[in-house]
Design a binder for this molecule. Structure first.
Ligand code: NAI
Length: 317
C-alpha cells in the first residue's frame, strides 16, 4: 500500500464493517472520517481501532508502511454527516442492513455531496438501484461489498446500478486495489451478487446431502474444509477444472456427460425450514455451542490471518 495518499474517505456507520473499512483505508494513507448517528459509537469505534492496530503492529500483521500511531492519526470522527462527507472523494456507507434505512441515508447523502463524490454501499443483499432510485446521485452509486473479516479476506464485489457512470466504477476499483483488496466488478446488478450466489449453490447441495441422509453435518463441512476449500484458497473452480485435465476444453470433452448426469440428480432448492433446521443446528451446536461462537470466530480469524500471510508470501516469491 502506498502512504502518499492524502485523499479523504468518509465512513457512514461505525459498526463492525465501518471500523474494518476505516482501518483498511488508513493503512493505505487515506484520511478517514467516521460518522454515526448513535451517540458513543464513533468514540468506541476509535478506541477499538486503536487497540486492534496496536495488536496488529505487535504481531507484525499491520498493513501498509505506516506505524499504528500514524495510521490512527489519519482517522477522525464526527456526529455531523456534512462534516463526514466534506471534501471526501469516496463515501463508504456501512449502516445496518435495512432497505428503508439505506434509502434514507442515500437520500441524505444525495443532498450533501457534490457530483465528484463516489457513494459506495457495503450492502450484502440489496441491489444498488433499490436504494438509489429517484435520486440525482444514482449515477455515482455503487455497491462495494466486502467479505468478513475484510482485513484478511481481500475480495470486494463492485456492483453498479444500470446508470452508474464508468468513472465511478473505475475509481472504486482503483481505490480498492490501492488499499490492497481484490475487487471484482459485476457487469450488472443481480440478486446475491456473485459471492452469495455461489455460496448458496454450495449451501443448497450441502443441505440436500444432509436431508437425504448421505452425510452428517460434520462430514459435509469436511468435504469443503479438507477437500474443495484446500484448492479454492488458491485457485477457483474454473482453473481447478483446467488443471484437472489437459486444459478446459479437454475437461469438458471428458466430463461433460458425467457432470451433466450428476447434476440432473440434484434436487430443487431447499427452503431451509422444517425439522431439518433444528437437526442441523443441534449437530453444529454439539461441536460449537452458541456460547462459544465468539471464541470459534476468533479461531477462524486467526486461521484466516495465517492463510493471508501464507498467500502473501507465495505471491512475493
Ligand atoms: P453494525 O450493526 O455493526 O453497524 C452499523 C452501524 O451503523 C452502527 O454503529 C449504527 O449505530 C450505525 N447507524 C445506524 N443508522 C445510521 C445512520 N442513519 N447513519 C449513520 N450510522 C448509522 O452493522 P455491520 O455488520 O457493520 O453492517 C453494516 C453493513 O455492512 C450492512 O449493510 C451489512 O450488510 C454489510 N456487511 C456486513 C458484513 C458482516 O459480516 N457484518 C459483511 C459484508 C457486508
Amino acid at each position: 500500500a502506498n502512504s502518499g495518499n492524502r485523499d479523504k474517505i468518509g465512513i457512514v456507520g461505525s459498526g463492525l464493517i465501518g471500523r474494518s473499512w476505516a482501518m483498511l483505508f488508513a493503512a493505505a494513507g487515506y484520511h478517514v472520517t467516521l460518522y454515526d448517528t448513535e451517540s458513543g459509537q464513533v468514540e468506541s469505534a476509535k478506541r477499538e481501532i486503536r487497540l486492534q492496530m496496536e495488536r496488529l503492529e505487535k504481531d507484525k500483521l499491520l498493513r501498509g508502511t505506516l506505524t499504528a500511531d500514524q495510521q490512527f492519526e489519519l482517522i477522525s470522527g464526527t456526529s455531523s454527516l456534512a462534516e463526514c462527507v466534506k471534501d471526501a472523494v469516496y463515501i463508504q456507507e456501512c449502516v445496518p442492513e435495512r432497505l428503508d434505512l439505506k434509502k434514507v441515508v442515500f437520500s441524505e447523502l444525495d443532498k450533501v455531496t457534490g457530483s465528484r463524490t463516489i457513494l459506495a454501499s457495503s450492502t450484502s443483499t440489496f441491489l444498488p438501484s433499490q436504494f438509489s432510485d429517484g435520486l440525482a446521485c444514482k449515477s455515482r452509486v455503487v455497491v462495494a461489498h466486502p467479505v468478513n473479516p475484510p482485513y484478511y479476506v481481500p475480495l470486494v464485489e463492485i456492483v453498479p446500478t444500470p446508470v452508474t457512470e464508468s468513472w465511478v466504477v473505475d475509481t472504486t476499483q482503483t481505490i480498492m486495489t490501492r488499499i490492497g483488496q481484490s475487487p471484482v466488478t459485476l457487469k450488472r446488478e443481480i440478486p446475491g451478487f456473485a459471492l452469495n450466489r455461489i455460496q448458496y449453490a454450495i449451501l443448497n447441495e450441502c443441505w440436500n446431502l444432509i436431508e437425504d441422509g448421505v452425510l452428517n453435518v460434520e462430514d459435509v463441512d469436511k468435504v469443503m474444509s479438507e477437500g474443495l476449500g484446500m484448492r479454492y484458497a488458491f485457485l477457483g473452480p474454473m482453473e481447478t477444472a483446467h488443471l484437472n485435465a489437459e486444459g478446459m476444453e479437454n475437461y469438458c470433452e471428458r466430463y461433460c456427460n458425467s457432470m451433466y448426469a450428476v447434476c440432473q440428480t440434484m434436487k430443487p432448492t431447499p427452503k431451509f425450514e422444517g425439522r431439518l433446521v433444528k437437526e442441523i443446528s443441534d449437530q453444529l451446536s454439539e461441536r460449537t455451542p452458541i456460547g462459544e461462537l465468539q471464541a470459534r470466530r476468533a479461531w477462524r480469524d486467526s486461521c484466516l490471518t495465517k492463510l493471508a500471510t501464507l498467500k502473501k508470501e507465495i505471491a512475493e516469491n
